[in-house]
Design a protein around this ligand. Structure first.
Ligand SMILES: Cc1cc2nc3c(=O)[nH]c(=O)nc-3n(C[C@H](O)[C@H](O)[C@H](O)COP(=O)(O)O)c2cc1C
Length: 344
């Protein structure tokens, strides 16, 4: 069934297909009983404790697909154990010029240079006031393009503070390749400054009687192992709760798609199957280095049940999908969640 839908969607430019799917999902779910039917087909219960929260199952939707929290109700009927919104920035921004999302069909990959297009934290908070209550929602936060890196921590602080009551956990995104110089924030001094500030804010919220919200850091797959060692040290020093590994890569190695096509697409983050091994390798590395003590959300190249299980075996507590979901549809979510449940 999804093969037919995909053929139709893939006849459109990638970003257009994305909005078309969102609109179609919204309309279909309005038909009486349809959401319930989807729930029956796709939902899978496999409660799992991670960073102090209980997740419905261990397969989530990665950041970037529902950046603006516009379709949480519809997406929650497709079986996800949790959904990460964002990346959210303080002010709304349009992102990069279109086209900015490309399919590499042969490789089952995507290249994107969206550039944190989003509606801004204030509008997103309004939407989150009516979010599904029975679903864990993460808030992935970033900085506006016009904010210089020296002031980046103010942007993270603003998003954190405004979203605090409305999401269940936070992901600090300093690893997108599509905001100029953002990845420099992965260096020790700026990263510690951002994380320490968020931890202080969290403490003051807790002093006011609010519950603690877990904070995770999302890292790039292009970090060297010695840079990952630094990141592990920073996570420990700051006291944040864990890592999301990984974001998209700037590498173009190992693709089947002809070079000329890849060059014509230009800059952007590569996601999908090609990322599978690198992101699993990083998860395994962090797991081993921390004797299994670091909570990790594993993401990158999950395209079937096996590749999801592989990430859990490497040390991820939870996994997320994006590109695999685009190529394989909602069946992937249930199949992955079932396979993970079976090995537990
Ligand atoms: C079109 C697109 C937009 C994305 N936007 C974001 C984003 O805003 N923030 C973020 O942290 N990751 C973003 N990502 C990265 C994904 O969350 C994920 O880390 C990455 O795609 C690897 O997983 P995958 O191979 O399952 O796609 C985006 C990915 C894609 C394909």
């Amino acid at each position: 069934m999804y093969a037919l839908i995909r053929r139709f969607l893939f006849s459109m430019p990638a970003e257009k297909a994305h909005y078309f799917t969102f609109n179609a999902l919204h309309l279909v779910m309005k038909i009486p009983f349809v959401r319930g039917i989807f729930n029956c087909i796709y939902s899978l219960s496999d409660p799992y404790e991670f960073v102090g929260l209980t997740f419905k199952n261990r397969v989530g939707l990665a950041a970037g697909l529902d950046k603006n929290a516009t379709h949480l109700h519809e997406l929650s009927a497709l079986g996800f154990g949790f959904i990460e919104i964002g990346t959210v920035t303080p002010k709304p921004q349009a992102g990069n010029d279109k086209p900015r999302l490309f399919r590499l069909k042969q490789d089952e990959c995507l290249i994107n240079r969206m550039g944190f297009n989003n509606d801004g934290v204030d509008l997103i908070v309004e939407r989150l006031k009516t979010r599904p209550k029975n679903l864990i929602v993460g808030g992935n936060i970033g900085k506006n393009k016009i904010t210089p890196n020296e002031l980046a921590k103010d942007d993270y602080n603003i998003c954190f503070q405004k979203l605090y009551l409305y999401v269940d956990y936070f992901v600090v995104n300093v690893s997108s390749p599509n905001t100029p110089n953002l990845r420099e924030l992965q260096d020790k001094a700026p990263l510690l400054a951002i994380l320490n500030d968020l931890m202080l804010q969290r403490k003051s919220f807790m002093a006011e009687g609010l519950i603690s919200k877990p904070i995770l850091l999302k890292i790039a797959p292009d970090l060297s192992f010695s840079q990952i060692d630094d990141v592990i040290a920073i996570v420990k020093e700051s006291g944040i709760d864990g890592l999301v590994a990984t974001n998209t890569t700037i590498s173009r190695e190992g693709l089947l798609t002809p070079n000329s096509e890849i060059e014509a697409i230009g800059a952007g983050g590569l996601s999908g199957k090609i990322l599978q091994n690198r992101s699993t390798e990083i998860i395994q590395y962090i797991h081993d280095k921390t004797q299994g003590q670091m909570p990790i959300i594993g993401v990158g190249g999950i395209h079937d049940a096996q590749s999801a299980v592989e990430k859990i075996k490497a040390g991820a507590g939870l996994v997320q999908v994006y590109t695999g979901f685009v190529y394989a549809g909602p069946n992937l979510v249930k199949q992955a969640a079932e396979a993970i449940k079976a090995i537990a």
